[in-house]
Design a protein around this ligand. Structure first.
Ligand SMILES: CC(C)(COP(=O)(O)OP(=O)(O)OC[C@H]1O[C@@H](n2cnc3c(N)ncnc32)[C@H](O)[C@@H]1OP(=O)(O)O)[C@@H](O)C(=O)NCCC(=O)NCCS
Length: 256
């Protein structure tokens, strides 16, 4: 069982790990991953009707546990998580929040981000996802954002829609607001792949860092907010973002 820390995370660093889930883990690897989940996670994973959804859930939550151990030491199976009233989970040990993390999973990919000094939001979306994006955009994009999409060729418009979506989800997840927020009030300028927050709902902090990465069939967005109490903050010059793939194959992962 792994008990020692292997990775340091500096105060101004943000680390994000992602892993593909196609191909999915071999049955032996899946069993190893399943073993490190707690009873609640196992119960949740067993409720998925489709095996692919179950596998995605197991990969996401075991990635989270494995990385917690790499940063903080201790056995992967020992981590305990609590959720805020809005559903945002955090790690708790002896009443202390040790690092902030955020998890995301969607068909074909799982991702997990960590920081020591603020709140992180991570979102992954598949640009191949079957969605009537022209309809959905009316509910989640501002007028300006919608205008910027409808002038694009359909395929580009579709990809751009998922980029807005991914960035907005990452911001909402850093804030922990999730369900119930009017995404039209979070206005983004995607620029040339360098997103910027233009407008946000009242009382929400501006992210100190926003980032969007293109992977083959997915987009990965990261939002980092320095303050957790909703007050505004100045952008932090020294923030360092690291995004890495972990692992290339689930079959090489040996958590215990
Ligand atoms: C809660 C919410 C933010 C999760 O996002 P999602 O894209 O559905 O799912 P993701 O895979 O990215 O994230 C799920 C993980 O985020 C974490 N999470 C759950 N609630 C959260 C919250 N309120 N804030 C931050 N993280 C949260 C959990 O770890 C969860 O993992 P689990 O379900 O396996 O336990 C999302 O359901 C939501 O409310 N979205 C807003 C709906 C909407 O209008 N979206 C359109 C955006 S343009």
């Amino acid at each position: 069982m792994q008990t020692s820390r292997a990775i340091e995370i500096g105060e101004h660093e943000i680390h994000v790990w992602w892993a593909g889930t196609n191909p999915s883990p071999s049955p032996e690897a899946a069993q190893r991953l399943h073993r490190i989940l707690d009873a609640k996670e196992r119960e949740r994973s067993s409720r998925f009707f489709f095996e692919k959804d179950q596998t995605l859930y197991v990969c996401a939550h075991s990635l989270l546990r494995i990385m917690c151990t790499r940063y903080l030491g201790g056995p992967e199976s020992a981590w305990r998580f609590e959720t805020e009233p809005n559903g945002r989970p955090h790690i708790v040990e002896d009443g202390r929040a040790l690092v902030d993390f955020n998890l995301s999973h969607t068909e074909g990919i799982v991702a997990c981000g960590f920081t020591r000094s603020g709140r992180i939001g991570v979102d992954v979306e598949s640009v191949c996802r079957k969605t009537d994006w022209k309809e959905v955009m009316k509910r989640v994009l501002s007028h300006e954002e919608q205008k910027s999409l409808i002038v694009l060729p359909p395929e580009e418009g579709r990809e751009r829609f998922f980029e807005y979506w991914t960035v907005k989800e990452a911001i909402a997840k850093a804030w922990g607001i999730g369900v119930g927020v009017d995404f039209r009030k979070i206005e983004i300028d995607l620029g040339d792949r360098q997103p910027r927050l233009v407008r946000s709902p009242d009382g929400t902090a501006k992210p100190s860092l926003l980032h969007l990465t293109s992977l083959a069939h997915h987009r990965l967005a990261v939002a980092f907010t320095k303050m957790s109490d909703g007050t505004s903050c100045t952008p932090h010059k020294e923030l360092v973002l690291m995004i890495r793939q972990f692992p290339e194959s689930w079959d090489v992962v040996k958590p215990e």
